[in-house]
Design a protein. Structure first.
Length: 385
């Protein structure tokens, strides 16, 4: 298994494929421990979990307790304020993971400047993490979220050693500023949502049984994820064959190759079977860079042409109820990634369309990128309608 440095601030070396701890919540304790242990035996040394992920911490802790010093375990806290609740959460994570120290604890789901300010304030949960670090219970502090603009501001404060952010073929805003700045600051970059997750349409298609596993288990995982993250975006897989190959295995492996070609430390796909671990490990072992054909197909290293929305959500809420970032994201799918059928199917389902816009100009005044938002919405409606 190839390894990369998890930023200079940690000095840790981690496997380029990590272990995402959400899917094992749908497995029995015995099955989950087998998968986690198998991943370790295949060379995976970075394991990502969270208190919010059901019994994921407990399963990972049980599987790795005898090799604790040979792996890096990262967990998370959803607490936003310091105090007894935050301390109790850390104690519970230590018990669940059967360890006396946590390699990395991350502020979980910091997706707005308001939440960031609260968590980093004098009474924020960051203070509890720093206190625990001073006591030797935590080695490093990280941050996670889905908004690259917010995460960029966070790492510029110098308080964070790692950052966990989405990156995939239809969501590459992290490559514009966040990843380069993280490299300058020696902050370790971990990638989630390699197949799109709840943010985009690259998740495993519903009829891709080879990777989905047992349907009843998938329902458990989807229900759990919707509770925390909202509605999934499912697609007709035929639109993605160009990018990801003819079946779920090939699409998954191509997605991971796309991520590994960037200057990141590790990517954490979720696993719930030995077969899935094997598919991902093979990518890491064989990876020597992407081919010229892949670069052309993926438009590797490119961002959508200006003007395009970074989904910082500074424009929200819209007084007219228009979901501006969603519409502009779908328009990017349509015009830059050539995902036409799916986006045209989605747009009519919106409760509020662009034609409800009264052109108050509030979105354009708020946009930190000075985008002509109103005109972009009108052009998007022409295409998506």
């Amino acid at each position: 298994m190839q390894k990369r440095r998890l930023g200079g601030r940690t000095g840790l070396k981690v496997s380029v494929i990590g272990f995402g701890g959400i899917p094992i919540i749908a497995c029995s304790r015995n099955e989950a421990e087998k998968v986690v242990r198998y991943a370790y035996e295949k060379g995976i040394t970075y394991f990502d979990t969270a208190r919010a992920y059901g019994d994921s911490e407990e399963k990972i802790g049980a599987a790795l307790k005898d090799v604790r010093d040979e792996v890096v375990i990262a967990t998370k806290t959803y607490q936003r304020t310091k105090g007894d609740a935050a301390r109790a959460g850390l104690k519970q994570s230590l018990r669940n993971l059967q360890t006396d120290r946590l390699d990395i604890v991350q502020l979980h789901g910091i997706d707005s400047e308001r939440i960031l300010k609260k968590a980093m304030g004098p009474n924020g949960s960051l203070m509890t993490l720093k206190e625990a670090r001073g006591q030797g219970k935590i080695d490093y502090i990280g941050i996670t979220g889905h908004n690259s603009c917010v995460l960029l501001k966070a790492i510029k404060t110098g308080e964070f050693d790692t950052v966990l952010v989405p990156l995939n073929i239809v969501n590459r805003t992290a490559t514009e500023e966040l990843i380069p700045v993280a490299k300058e600051l020696d902050v370790g970059v971990i990638i989630m949502k390699a197949m799109g997750g709840y943010e985009g349409p690259l998740q495993y298609p519903q009829r891709d049984a080879r990777l989905l596993g047992k349907p009843e288990l998938d329902r458990v995982v989807r229900k759990f994820l919707r509770k925390f993250f909202g509605k999934f975006l499912w697609t007709d897989p035929s639109e993605f064959i160009t990018h990801f190959g003819k079946d779920g295995i090939e699409r998954t492996q191509r997605s991971l190759r796309f991520i590994l070609a960037y200057d990141i430390a590790t990517v954490i796909p979720g696993f719930r079977s030995i077969e899935e671990v094997d598919y991902a490990v093979k990518v890491a072992r064989d990876f020597k860079g992407i081919t010229s054909e892949e670069k052309e197909t993926y438009k590797f290293g490119e961002l959508p042409p200006e003007p395009f929305c970074r989904e910082c959500r500074s424009c929200m809420p819209c007084p007219d109820g228009i979901e501006i970032p969603t519409i502009l994201r779908w328009d990017t799918y349509y015009s830059f990634y050539n995902i036409k059928k799916w986006t045209r199917d989605q747009y009519p389902k919106l409760r509020t369309k662009v034609n409800s816009c009264r052109e108050c100009d509030e979105c354009q005044r708020k946009c930190p990128y000075n985008l002509p938002v109103i005109n972009m919405l009108k052009e998007a409606e022409k295409r998506l309608s």
